[in-house]
Design a protein around this ligand. Structure first.
Ligand SMILES: *[C@@H]1O[C@H](CO)[C@@H](O)[C@H](O)[C@H]1NC(C)=O
Ligand SMILES: *[C@@H]1O[C@H](CO)[C@@H](O)[C@H](O)[C@H]1NC(C)=O
Ligand SMILES: *[C@@H]1O[C@H](CO)[C@@H](O)[C@H](O)[C@H]1NC(C)=O
Length: 271
């Protein structure tokens, strides 16, 4: 039996509409059905089409677009917060090449959410490509950031943005687990994130320091360790020289250096 991929992806929505069941249950049973329908060998096209749906359904975040992308789409007060799920991934540099499997699961998740009208907004952040943004957020792959963006209230005040960071196991995370972050509210098992690097309400963001801090951390991460060592040794030598500049220190140093030799001070000290 061969099902076309788009039909397969539309199944949970159709089923949910017909049976009036919560989507999470339908997704669960769809997973089981899909698994029994598709022999392992034929899963390749699923991954490919999931990637296609993901590309259409997931907004890539960059250091220049993230604030705009994550800002609430409505200005009418009284609306509930808008929910985002941001998948933080990476390649060989930031995820040590281990994010491939969980990224595939994320793509499947995006395909599943495409059929769910109550799905959160989806975004993707690659720390290999967007190192500065990841430094600004202090974000590490593989994680999902569950973000609830409040809409500004009638009195113009903006309530806090609630963030839960869900750490993912690079080897075992499945699309089902990722879907359940939203459908079963498993993000609530994680503490509310309140660190200094909180992108919207953190200490650094309040003082507009998060971006400079992001650049600084990124810059430091780019300096190879040998350059760092040379820098430190030059810096400390500079300080030593300046200290040696005082007459007392010069005499002391000269005495120290000549003592073991027992002879005349070195040529450059004779002046
Ligand atoms: C996931 O989807 C993106 C498109 O959004 C694609 O570039 C990427 O290769 C896919 N990853 C995997 C592991 O399928
Ligand atoms: C990541 O590393 C693997 C193995 O070292 C290599 O085959 C692959 O091409 C690398 N990927 C990128 C994007 O550099
Ligand atoms: C991921 O799950 C596997 C299997 O349960 C476990 O052995 C491994 O330690 C986990 N990795 C992390 C980083 O928790």
């Amino acid at each position: 039996m061969r099902l076309s991929i788009p039909l397969l992806l539309a199944l949970p929505a159709i089923a949910a509409a017909q049976e009036q069941k919560p989507l999470s249950e339908t997704v669960q049973s769809w997973f089981n059905k899909a698994k029994s329908y598709i022999p392992t060998a034929a899963q390749e096209p699923i991954a490919a089409s999931a990637a296609k749906v993901a590309a259409a359904n997931v907004t890539p975040l960059t250091r220049s677009n993230w604030e705009e992308v994550l800002s609430p789409s409505t200005t009418s007060p009284g609306q509930g917060p808008e929910t985002w799920m941001v998948f933080v991934s990476g390649g060989n540099k930031t995820c040590y090449g281990r994010c491939g499997k969980v990224e595939e699961a994320w793509n499947e998740t995006a395909a599943l959410f495409a059929a769910d009208p109550s799905a959160p907004h989806l975004a993707y952040l690659n720390c290999d490509k967007e190192a500065i943004l990841c430094a600004t957020w202090a974000a590490n792959p593989p994680t999902v950031w569950h973000i609830q963006r409040p809409v500004a209230q009638a009195d113009q005040s903006t309530p806090a943005t609630t963030i839960h960071i869900v750490g993912l196991n690079a080897t075992t995370t499945t699309a089902q687990e990722l879907v359940q972050i939203h459908t079963q509210k498993t993000y609530e098992k994680r503490p509310v994130y309140e660190g200094a690097f909180h992108p919207f309400d953190g200490y650094l963001a309040k003082f507009f320091l998060n971006k400079p801090a992001g650049y600084a951390i990124f810059a430091f991460s780019q300096i190879p360790s040998w350059a760092f060592m040379i820098g430190i040794s030059m810096f400390s030598r500079n300080i030593m020289n300046r200290r040696m500049g005082s007459p007392d220190a010069q005499r002391a140093a000269a005495a120290q250096r000549s003592a073991p030799l027992g002879g005349a001070p070195p040529a450059n000290e004779r002046r």
